[in-house]
Design a protein around this ligand. Sequence first.
Ligand code: ADP
Length: 357
Amino acid sequence: MPILEMVGLVKAYGGRRAVDDVSLALEAGEALALLGPSGSGKSTLLALITGLETPDAGDIRWEGRSLQGVPTHERGFGLMFQDYALFPHRDVGENVAFGLRHGQRLRRTRAQIERGVSEALALVGLAGFERRDVNTLSGGEQQRVALARALAPHPPLLMLDEPLGALDRALRERLLDEVRGILRRLGQTAIYVTHDQEEAFAVADRVAILRAGRVAQAGTPAEVYARPRSRFVAKFLGLHNILRGQVEQRNGQLTAVTPVGALPLAPGERAPAPGAAVSVVVRPEEVAAAVDGRGDLAGEVIEKSFRGSRNVVLLRVGPQELTVAFPAAQPLPAVGETLALRLGPGAVHVLPDGADD
Ligand code: ADP
């Protein structure tokens, strides 16, 4: 049985639905990422779960019981924000102890609080930092203190709202690995809010992609990346090669006839019947340069951009532009020259809700 269930949640502000019929469930120990662009309803959903906002319709259940009417402090969920809001006049230990002293039903002795603080600090790699002034810490260390503060009371559910949003890329990646490790080690049930697809994929067991207050798609990171349902989800996950076409059976093979030619669909694709209009996505990592020059497609190189381990190349194929990634070591023709391309067997994927832009 799921530990947390959201059932048909609706929340509107001034007649506009910020959360629009959201149903999601979370198993104990699972980390769910809420992924979506700004304004898609992620924070509103968190506010409903914490009890800071009340749903207009629908219900939230914890261990099978409705949370309706249960005030925020009695829910006892942990929350960590991007602007960690540490108390500048208190030291690290007092900041972490705050979570143990306040908002909890459980009364703890001084010794229990001290033990809880040092355990939480050790967990985030800051053992012995109790008496440090928070103003002398780096951004990454402050963020760890905020995480320790949220974790110290052992919340049954931890919610992280863009926790790494304010950090630079290198630090964010390092902390992301740590956060994932900590959540897994603790078996912590968690909801992680982000607009960053890589962050969501890295940290979560499952992701729910939100669009205008609705769940556009939910599944494991591998599932949603392998089978995006719609153009919106595909684009949001960085899959920009989207073509419109028509399903046709050719030599026993289902194809999508597109402006760049007839493209064989990946095996196991659930395509509509021949004759139907479809949108397909062409995965950049499944497109290779044809060694013998005879490929499935040929395109003119418009732009090349070096990205370290790979070159990202923009090609004009007929009336369409396609983006393809090649290993950096592979020699490529100059801009303006033609490149023959071979499609891998899993290159072309049907978007079931293709018409939904
Ligand atoms: P996200 O967290 O994905 O950026 P939000 O949940 O903050 O999205 O916002 C979803 C929508 O609801 C936005 O259009 C936002 O302007 C609106 N909204 C959120 N909170 C309020 C509020 N307190 N009053 C009015 N509108 C709000």
